[in-house]
Ligand binder design. Structure first.
Ligand code: GAR
Length: 212
């Protein structure tokens, strides 16, 4: 059975969705860069080993990432799963786990990398927003896309209401992506593209606002 390590920074709702999804893998550990991350308690309740590595204890990003890699490697995971891990990773760290490091981001990438995605989406007046699971590359919030979910933006949305609608979909697509990875049904090919042995299953169009 495959082994994964999950990296978090705070709330841990995606972590919880992953832990409750009955995935075909063992979660070897949950690692946080913050000791007060609520997700640590979620991990403990599920009997998962936890570790805290504060970035504040290191002089620079490279030193933190080297220590993080040493901690991660101690669990010998097949995949490293970023679930709300809010640290920019160095190219060295990302390269070490090429094809084995995935992230979830609350926008339809490549739109809205970075923070405050829901607020920026509302400011721009876009009608469809969503979330993305992708392989991590050295470019922040970029990388080959495994799965996306789209949601309508409603006229009375606030960043909070839109965030909640997107988060519901995050909790559906992230377990799906990790399941595909652990079953070797999706992988990063030599050309750096997402490959899959699955038949394409086109869904229906999301039109927002809806047609009359
Ligand atoms: C999630 O919305 C996730 O997509 C986002 O942080 C939140 C973490 O929530 N990640 C990023 O913005 C990464 N660039 P959670 O701790 O409840 O899973």
């Amino acid at each position: 059975m495959k082994k994964i390590v999950i990296l978090i920074s705070s709330r841990g709702s995606n972590l919880q969705a992953l832990l409750e999804a009955n995935l075909p893998c063992r979660v070897a550990a949950v690692i946080s860069n913050r000791a007060d991350a609520q997700g640590l308690e979620i991990a403990r309740k599920h009997g998962i080993q936890t570790a805290v590595l504060s970035h504040k204890d290191f002089s620079d990003r490279a030193a933190f990432d080297a220590a993080l890699a040493a901690t991660v490697d101690g669990y010998a995971p097949d995949f490293v799963v970023l679930a709300g891990f809010m640290r920019i990773l160095t190219a060295e760290f990302v390269g070490r786990y090429a094809g084995r490091l995935v992230n979830i981001h609350p926008s339809l990438l490549p739109a809205y990398p970075g923070i405050d995605t829901h607020q920026r989406a509302l400011q721009d007046g876009i009608k469809i927003h969503g979330c993305t699971v992708h392989f991590v590359t050295a470019d922040l919030d970029h990388g080959p896309i495994i799965i996306q979910a789209a949601v309508p933006v409603l006229c009375d949305d606030t960043p909070q209401s839109l965030s909640a609608r997107v988060l519901c979909e995050e909790h559906r697509v992230y377990p799906q992506a990790v399941r595909w990875l652990c079953r070797n049904q999706v992988w990063l090919d030599k050309a750096g593209r997402v490959a899959s042995d699955r038949l394409e299953q086109p869904g229906s169009a999301l039109i927002s606002p809806g047609l009359e």
